[in-house]
Ligand binder design. Structure first.
Ligand code: ADE
Length: 228
């Protein structure tokens, strides 16, 4: 899978995208992530990417031309399945959307900045607008990292232990059961006996019950319409 991220602050992206799972997924060829500096698509000496809004409101707006040039260049090189814009007024991101994106071949993520982007870009070029939650970030870069991380880790084969991604929280609309590791007792705090029993049918039943009860008490909204 290929992810092209367009931003006015490329520095914000380099570290999160080049560590741990994302680094390994790129090294093993499961993912390619490219960061494009919007200023490289300007045509003035000062490399201007923003301008005052029509109508005289406060704040600056991302200009249409550099974004248009960058997206059109990428589109001339390959087909894109989705051109995403990160913005607090997009659809709220979740595991279902991460799963959907992970099946795609090429996606663009355009990071919003300033007061927003000239709306014509959203009307004519963007195919999906995503928010990572009901709060406002300084820019869409952190949102782009969240999307890239959550998508790349579930590309089949991208993380060594595939079963691990499938048992993540939310994969079946349930929170994950508690996990423990050695020592079996610390400070008088014991790991549940069932996990030490070696009885895998019992362990699975316990994990299933824990997932249900934790979801029911912590996130009942996830169980709406789900029959047990
Ligand atoms: N840009 C600013 N806030 C954002 C949010 N909550 N989600 C996605 N992009 C954003």
């Amino acid at each position: 899978m290929r992810i092209d991220i367009i931003t006015v602050v490329p520095e914000l992206l380099s570290s999160p995208l080049n560590e741990s799972i994302l680094k390994r997924a790129q090294e093993s060829g499961h993912a390619e992530i490219y960061v494009h500096n919007l200023r490289d698509y300007t045509d003035d000496k000062r490399r201007t990417v923003d301008d005052y809004p029509f109508g005289g409101e406060a704040g600056m707006v991302m200009k249409i031309e550099p974004v248009y040039r960058c997206i059109e260049k990428l589109k001339s090189e390959r087909d894109y399945d989705e051109i995403i814009y990160t913005s607090p007024d997009g659809i709220t991101y979740n595991q279902h959307e991460a799963n959907r994106l992970s099946l795609m071949k090429n996606i663009i993520i355009l990071c919003g900045h300033y007061k927003g982007i000239d709306y014509r870009i959203r009307e004519h070029l963007i195919t999906r607008e995503i928010s990572i939650g009901d709060y406002v970030l300084t820019g869409g870069e952190l949102a782009a990292c969240v999307i890239a991380d959550s998508v790349v880790r579930i590309i089949p084969g991208a993380i060594g232990d595939e079963a691990s991604a499938l048992t993540d929280c939310f994969q079946d609309n349930l929170l994950a059961p508690p996990v423990y590791t050695r020592p079996a007792e610390f400070n008088g705090w014991r790991v549940p006996d069932v996990l030490l029993s070696g009885n895998f049918a019992e362990i699975e039943r316990w994990q299933d019950e824990q997932a249900w009860s934790r979801t029911k008490s912590l996130r009942p909204d996830l169980l709406e319409g789900v029959e047990r």
